[in-house]
Design a protein around this ligand. Sequence first.
Ligand code: HEM
Length: 393
Amino acid sequence: MYSLSRRGLLGVGAGIAAASAVAVSTSHTTTTPAAALRRTHGDDTIPFHGAHQAGIETPLTQRVAHLVFALKPDSDYVRIANMLRLLTDDAARLSRGMAPVADSEPELAVAPARLTVTFGFGRELVARTGASVPQWLGPLPSFSVDRLRTEWTGGDLLITLQCDDALTLEHAARVLTRDTRFFCEPAYAYRGFLPAHDSHAEGTTPRNLFGQVDGTVNPVPGSDDFAGVVWIDDDSWLRGGSSFVLRRIDMDLDKWDTLDRPDRERSVGRTLATGAPLGGRAEYDEPDFEARNTLGMRVIPDFAHMRRARMADRSQRIARRGHSFVDTIDGATVSGLLFGSFQRDVTAQFVPIQRSLDQVDLLNTWTTPVGSAVFAIAPGCSEGGFIGETLFD
Ligand code: HEM
């Protein structure tokens, strides 16, 4: 008999635990108890319940799936409530590493690996419940850079899954998709990624497929600043919730390859090596937007993405949460960014930034938005409640 508890092994380094693992044979099975009991990253969980939904202010994970659904014509407010209860129950269980009741592959749920599930609602879903529809919930104004494809536009229900383990994520995605079956049709889905967990020092800002450090200037999770940018605090059903803009932006890597390094750096206004602002030394140095070189030209050009994306009105800020994607369409590889941003108010915060980028942004030369949607992000719920319950108050 082994009396070592799971907890007792938490502090044991992986190498030591592996070295002390003892193969034990019984008449039925062969196991290595120490290895089996050793705590892995797969055991790590992010709480599902709380004032806010998980997956917004919680750490970035390696994988994301954004699943978008269209409500069936007969899904009225009673059916919507039933669906959201079902989805909430299963999402909460999966986030803990527990298989939902009717799961036919329960073994695929045991390593949550920081799985989070975040639900968003399109205009039609909110309208069918009779709750107030925020003015910003609907298609974005059109932008000249847009080449939107209808199959990647809009949607009534968004389920965003984030996880460090692709197998866990895909299993959870399938279970939750099954829950929607009587109420919705799948509309479209995106899958994206970030650098692997632990492949870089903790706190390293990820890079995108252009090789740029992407995510430096962003509200810090857990700060008052983040709360001010992201969480809705009016008296509506969305109190404690937010809004989410999701845009599929194709990136032309072949065209980008033809550009020399200084021009690449000028297109954003930051160095590729460290992500430092041009003229600065380290990633988090404050950019000097007034600095000029010996020829009298601006060090951070007028057309640089960073300059164009930084609004003089500091209330016009967003919390970006993007992921790279690589897709195969008609045999061709297509790469890009699943751009995501949370903000209290899409019209007041996201739209002015996108307008500024639409007017001038050198990055537009290599990037094309092809999908676009806006979702209302309900507040979180406590145990026994369900995501979206405030819609029915
Ligand atoms: C494929 C498309 C895009 C790429 C490759 C990209 C890349 C970058 C990079 C490398 C930075 C500098 C580092 C950082 O602070 O994160 C940056 C900053 C930023 N981007 Fe983008 N971006 C894209 C699209 C967008 C869009 C669509 C928006 C919003 C409409 C946006 C808003 C911002 C903001 C607000 C900043 C911070 C600006 C500041 O310094 O205050 N980006 N982006």
